[in-house]
Ligand binder design. Structure first.
Ligand code: GAL
Length: 676
């Protein structure tokens, strides 16, 4: 896609929030600061259709004409995230509902449901009008569909959702017999005898819903969001030319990978690293602070390796009723923007030009304050756009990933509804991320599905399989091929104890994967908070069995690497290795805690991959990128103080243009891009 072929800077702009008399000056100041694109219109339905079917685009005509005149590019948002009051008053059935079935009303945003035909109809009429009018407008380079699908709320519990859920289930299962069997409704006499007895999980039940119903419900929510997006994309493709289609995220209960493949030209993410340590989140408990955001960026990179940031934090976060957070300190704005670039963002659009003087987000600061005067943050944006020019050669580079972490939506969705799964999932996700970050290892999150080509997995010498509680025969054969051809697969605890319906197959764990691991699980339990954390010995090193404990029975030919040294599992195997074909399968009977992953990375020779050129403390993030035989390291200091770095051989730093060598310091909130 042309737009992401080179680095560029944009901003989110809301001309409807200010007098028209200041638009031109605003746009010119943006251009002067290196901002060449604005994202607009995504909440402006009521400006375009004040009454049902009466369209008036004169506001946007004037704005777009001005953009064309001054040379500002535009990403135009379809405004479906905020249906106007007349629409929801006339058609209350377009509203989403809470657990009791009570409707949400006008006054916030994202109060609609994806499935009601009348909403889809009204939305598609408006988008058709927009696309016909602006589909060849010289100022418009792209379209953003809706705004943050599944943000604010990802439960859809209206009557139309129930109807759509039933059709989804009829398509999936065909008969009630098949559905009852898949969901195990024999349990607690939940057997359905009519489709009309099935609802989205709306009605209050005593404590719980059937987990298999919930798993299908989450899949259904994802399908609903994807088909709403696809509907919009189809209209835009029909009536536009030479303009790309994107949306911004990233939110749960959605197959973001499939949505991007099916409907978008590229995916964009909204990056607010301050969420990681705003006052709301009690940052004292989290030693990663804003570095935590890099985990989200890894996920975005997996959805779309060269992505955009539609909203990059430029000021303090905050609604009037939540999310109180500090203003970015000098350097932080550029640091966070570079954090995005380091992980693969080629377009960075700051949120937002000027802070809104009205509405819920009066404390969600933009680059400028309410008064609109030039300020430090604007100077930083300008400096950032200049910095991007200096690293232009890096645009389009791949990550220098040393290993991959597999994930799929069966398991992401199951972790969403199953608390046991979620706990283990989060522990391993965090553990792998933390260990890699602190040992400066770049890795990829790898989405695996039936049509994943073999060479995608084969790119990684090592793959982690953290919590594949749901296994499918197809996945097992993909993994088996990977290992036979020389891959190293590291399997975590709780693997294989569910099938795709969420039922537990009646065989020893790790289920379908047992022939590959060469093990079976003998005993398993959550670690008791009342007991000390269990430990194991791995060649003289101690590793913890954090959160979950399994004892593994090694079959013939499987080597035991670590055994429990205490707890009721003392002497039992915690970590094994099994040679298969050209490769190896490791089985770990606990979560991938930071300590275990650190030990594994050292053992597998993955830790500190750039130690011959650079030594940096754990608090500094290092991201490697490669392109055409060239390699760069983004070195990001998130600390409020300068940090010592040892550069072992002279290296050119692209942002300062200096040669770095020996003991040197990276400034507070500083960024280097080293050519190695
Ligand atoms: C994003 C959203 C923006 C704005 C911002 C601050 O989630 O897309 O419209 O609301 O957060 O809340």
């Amino acid at each position: 896609m042309d737009f992401l072929q080179h680095y560029s800077v944009g901003v989110c702009y809301y001309p409807e929030h200010w007098p028209e008399s200041i638009w031109e000056e605003d746009l010119r100041r943006m251009l002067d600061s290196g901002i060449h694109t604005v994202r607009v219109a995504e909440f402006s339905w009521s400006l375009m259709e004040r009454e049902e079917g009466i369209y008036d685009f004169t506001f946007w005509d004037r704005f777009l004409e001005l953009c064309a005149k001054v040379g500002m590019q535009v990403i135009f948002g379809t405004p479906t995230a905020t249906p106007p009051a007349w629409l929801t008053e006339t058609y209350p059935e377009t509203l989403n509902a809470d657990e009791t079935g009570a409707l949400y009303y006008h006054g916030g945003r994202r109060h609609y449901n994806y499935n009601i035909p009348v909403y889809r109809y009204r939305a598609s009429r408006l988008i058709t009008e927009l696309a016909k009018r602006y589909g060849r407008h010289p100022a418009i380079v792209g379209w953003q569909i809706d705004n943050e699908l599944n943000c604010e709320i990802n439960d859809f519990l209206s009557a139309s959702d129930t109807e759509a859920f039933r059709s989804f289930l009829v398509d999936k299962y065909g008969t009630l017999e098949a559905l009852n069997s898949a969901w195990g409704t024999v349990f607690w006499s939940q057997t359905y005898t009519e489709w009309e007895q099935i609802f989205v999980p709306r009605h209050n039940t005593i404590h719980s819903h059937n987990p298999s119903l919930l798993l299908d419900y989450v899949r259904f929510v994802s399908e609903s969001a994807l088909s709403f997006c696809a509907m919009q994309a189809q209209i835009l493709r029909q009536f536009t030319a030479g303009q790309f289609i994107t949306t911004n995220g990233m939110f749960g209960r959605m197959d973001n990978h499939r949505m991007t493949k099916e409907s978008l030209d590229c995916y964009m993410y909204d990056s607010y690293p301050d969420f990681a340590y705003g006052i709301d989140n009690d940052w004292t408990k989290d030693d990663l602070h804003d570095r935590r955001s890099s985990l989200n960026l890894l996920q975005v990179h997996s959805i779309c390796p060269h992505f955009g940031i539609m909203e990059q934090q430029s000021g303090a976060n905050g609604w009037y009723n939540r999310m109180e957070a500090p203003m970015p300190r000098p350097g932080q704005l550029e640091l966070w923007a570079m954090q995005s670039v380091a992980h693969g963002a080629d377009y960075i659009s700051f949120f937002r030009w000027r802070t809104s003087p009205v509405g819920t987000e009066i404390y969600w600061h933009g680059i400028l304050d309410y008064d609109g005067r030039d300020n430090r943050r604007l100077r930083e944006v300008k400096a950032f756009s200049k910095s991007l020019e200096k690293i232009a050669a890096v645009c389009g580079a791949d990550t220098d990933a040393r290993f991959g972490v597999l994930q799929d939506y069966n398991n992401l969705f199951d972790a969403d509804i199953d608390h046991w799964h979620r706990r283990v999932h989060q522990a391993s996700e965090q553990g792998i991320f933390r260990a890699a970050l602190k040992h400066h290892v770049t890795y990829d999150i790898v989405d695996v599905r039936e049509d994943t080509p073999e060479d995608v997995l084969g790119r990684y010498p090592v793959l982690f399989l953290p919590d594949f509680i749901i296994l499918t025969p197809h996945l097992v054969s993909q993994l088996s091929d990977y290992v036979k051809q020389g891959g190293k697969l590291i399997v975590g605890c709780r693997t294989g104890y569910k099938d795709e319906t969420g039922k537990c197959p009646m065989h020893p764990m790790p289920g379908l994967l047992a022939p590959l691991t060469g093990t079976t699980v003998e005993e398993y339990t959550f670690a008791s908070p009342a007991e000390p954390e269990a430990k194991a010995d791995w060649d003289g090193k101690t590793i913890p069995a954090a959160l979950f404990m399994e004892s593994l029975k090694a079959e013939e030919g499987t080597e035991v690497l670590a055994r429990y040294t205490d707890s009721f599992l003392k002497g039992e195997a915690l970590l094994t290795r099994h040679a298969v074909g050209e490769g190896e399968v490791y089985h770990l009977g606990t979560t991938f805690s930071e300590a275990v992953v650190s030990a594994l990375m050292t053992y597998l020779g993955l830790a500190e991959p750039y130690s011959t050129v650079l030594s940096v403390p754990a608090t500094v993030e290092v991201v490697g990128r490669v392109k055409g035989g060239k390699k760069w390291l983004f070195v990001l200091n998130y600390e409020p103080t300068q940090t010592k770095v040892l550069v072992h051989a002279p290296l050119r730093e692209l942002l300062t243009g200096k040669e770095m060598e020996g003991e040197t310091v990276i400034p507070a909130y500083g960024v280097w891009v080293l050519e190695i």
